[in-house]
Design a protein around this ligand. Structure first.
Ligand code: 1HE
Length: 274
């Protein structure tokens, strides 16, 4: 369960305390990062991308999971359009690569990431959400890819990650027509794993993060690092890597202890509805 008192404790690394556009709090072993530019609807400028990168490169050793949420009425309005105007083609490529580097830190960082979505989850905001491992959406969330309307293309990993959630055909429709999915449509399409009431997203995300954080760290590592890579491989290669990963995970003392716990009646049973 989440701790009653979230805090910036003395365990918070100095690099995280220095962040300005990300509000950082520790909830026990869960690090909560809140996008904190509500007056700009949490639009992602260069500074915020750099802070996301810094945050994920400097998680405390005690971290078992991360929650990302957004301050104000919207999760994220995507790319900060005010920074785009004077960029050359070469600068544009490097800008996109900086987003890739930051979001790769999220997807392939040390611990699972749960994102709490509400209001606008658009453009780069949807790209950010798709880099997380678990998505909780409030029923006021909506999803759009207005890049087509703005004369842009996705540049934050969206063309690689979003089709893996909703398929190339749905993403094509969103980008060509500007179609906006509401929370229920986004849930049915595969964007969110959990759909909750307004104002309940962060609480549910923290609960899930604590539940995830209670797993053996090596199992979580295998799920976030090995599973997506195996899914991208041919079957024969994938099965070989699966065998290696399975043997590594089950050889770990944490796994052995958990198996003993179950066999000696201390482990939780698998129950419907859990
Ligand atoms: C912004 C941005 C932004 C708001 N960049 N400043 N993203 C978009 O095309 C989405 C553009 N934004 C919107 O459609 C709306 O702002 C929202 C639906 C998100 C929210 O609407 P609302 O009525 O609550 O807020 P607002 O009045 O539109 O905006 C409040 C302020 O935030 C205002 O600034 P102000 O100085 O006049 O108060 C807006 O200009 C500012 N703001 N969104 C800059 N995006 C790696 S490639 C990724 C490519 C993309 O992400 S393209 C999609 C960009």
């Amino acid at each position: 369960m989440p701790n009653e008192s979230s805090s910036k404790s003395s365990n918070t690394p100095a690099a995280l305390l220095a962040l300005r556009l990300l509000d950082v709090s520790l909830d026990g072993s869960v690090v909560h990062l809140r996008l904190n530019r509500p007056d700009k609807r949490n639009a992602i400028n260069d500074a915020l991308i750099a802070e996301l990168h810094t945050a994920f490169a400097n998680l405390p050793a005690s971290a078992r999971a991360v929650v990302i949420s957004g301050a104000g009425a919207h999760f994220c309005a995507g790319l900060d359009l005010s920074e785009l105007q004077d960029r050359s083609v070469a600068e544009g490529v490097l800008h996109s690569r900086a987003w890739h580097a930051a979001f790769d830190q999220i997807q392939y960082g040390p611990v699972p990431v749960v994102v709490a979505l509400h209001g606008a989850v658009v453009g780069g905001g949807l790209e950010l959400a798709s880099a997380a491992h678990i998505r909780v959406a409030e029923d006021n969330a909506f999803y759009g890819l207005p890049e087509g309307q703005r004369g842009l293309f996705v540049g934050g990993g969206g063309s690689a990650r979003v089709p893996r959630l909703i398929g190339v055909a749905r993403m094509t429709d969103m980008m060509l027509t500007g179609r906006v999915l509401d929370a229920a449509e986004g849930h049915a399409a595969g964007i969110s794993h959990y759909l909750v009431g307004a104002g309940e997203g962060t609480k549910r995300a923290l609960e899930l993060a604590h539940r995830i954080g209670a797993n053996a760290p090596l199992s979580n590592f295998a799920v976030i690092q090995a599973l997506p890579r195996i899914a991208d491989m041919g079957q024969s290669d994938g099965l070989f890597v699966e065998s290696l990963m399975a043997a590594i995970a089950q050889g770990d003392e944490a796994a052995k202890q958990r198996m003993r716990d179950f066999l000696e009646g201390r482990g939780a049973k698998v129950r419907k509805g859990s």
